[in-house]
Design a protein. Structure first.
Ligand SMILES: Nc1nc2c(ncn2[C@@H]2O[C@H](COP(=O)(O)OP(=O)(O)O)[C@@H](O)[C@H]2O)c(=O)[nH]1
Ligand SMILES: [Mg+2]
Length: 259
């Protein structure tokens, strides 16, 4: 086991909601990828009040391995707000955001690390990873959001970002956030490279048709609010509620206390 340095080279932020079947394998595969390249890393799992026992599973993983950090949220806040809470805790020089269900493959991360000069490198979604209807509707939405927010049309929530991008994201309005749009509006250069996305190995998507539509709308709304300056006024009126209830593990910045 590699001893972590003062700051890990990479923090991986993973939102968790009904993912108990894949958490252990996800961590194992991430560890293999980074150990092979002797990169120090931490994996920050953000438990968004997952009802399936994911939190207990994560707690025992954290007890076994100091590179596991568990952020527990007070209430279910949704994927994007959960990711931002994870980023808040991340100590890494660079941060990878990815799904917990193994549709995003840990083995693709080194490819994301290759391009230089970008604030964000997205895994451009490739493959038949979901039904035709879902693929088609999500492609249409992604093209629209891509135009509005200035991200590649194949961008999703598997992305590598720099520390500078982290700082920009955390300075942006976090009311009803949409991380892909926020990255596009950051002012830093972004790109995508084609990465095969897998089909889901266990369970089913947490996003119903309605939830997908609502999420898409939030993406568009956040972007418009940003572009028009409305969101900046909103944020001042509405200070962020504390969302984290506890942080377990995380040796990089002392005790792992909430910051
Ligand atoms: N924090 C949080 N994460 C969620 C929620 N719903 C889904 N996720 C996470 O978002 C990622 C993608 O979810 P998934 O259900 O696979 O959606 P799909 O791949 O877009 O069909 C997974 O890592 C989930 O754990 C939620 O309500 N809250
Ligand atoms: Mg999925």
């Amino acid at each position: 086991v590699l001893e972590p340095g003062p700051n890990p080279a990479i923090s991986v932020v993973v939102p968790v909601y009904r993912n108990i079947e894949t958490l252990q394998e996800l961590f194992r595969r991430l560890a293999r990828v980074f150990e092979r390249r002797t990169l120090s890393f931490q994996v920050i799992f953000v438990d968004d009040c997952s009802p399936d026992g994911s939190f207990d599973s994560l707690t025992s993983m954290a007890a076994d391995d100091p590179r596991v950090v568990v952020v527990r949220l007070r209430a279910n806040v949704g994927q994007h707000a959960a990711v931002l809470q994870g980023i808040l805790v991340a100590d890494g020089t660079r941060v990878v955001i990815m799904d917990a269900d193994l549709q995003d493959q840990p083995e693709s991360i080194p490819e994301l690390m290759a391009p230089t000069g970008y604030g964000a490198v997205f895994a451009g979604r490739r493959g038949r990873y979901e039904s035709r209807a879902r693929l088609l509707t999500s492609q249409l939405f992604k093209r629209l959001l891509g135009r509005l927010a200035g991200v590649p049309a194949d961008a999703g929530m598997f992305v590598l970002i720099t520390r500078e991008m982290v700082d920009r994201l955390l300075a942006m309005p976090r009311h009803n956030p949409y991380v892909v749009a926020m990255i596009g509006c950051s002012g830093l250069p972004v790109t995508s490279i084609p990465i095969e996305r897998d089909v889901r190995p266990h369970g089913r998507s947490a996003y119903s048709v309605r939830a997908r539509a609502r999420s898409a709308w939030r993406g568009v709304r956040w972007t418009i609010a940003w572009r028009t300056g409305i969101s900046r006024r909103m944020e001042r009126a509405d200070a962020m509620e504390p969302q984290v209830s506890s942080v377990i593990g995380g040796r990089f910045n002392g005790t792992g206390a909430t910051r």
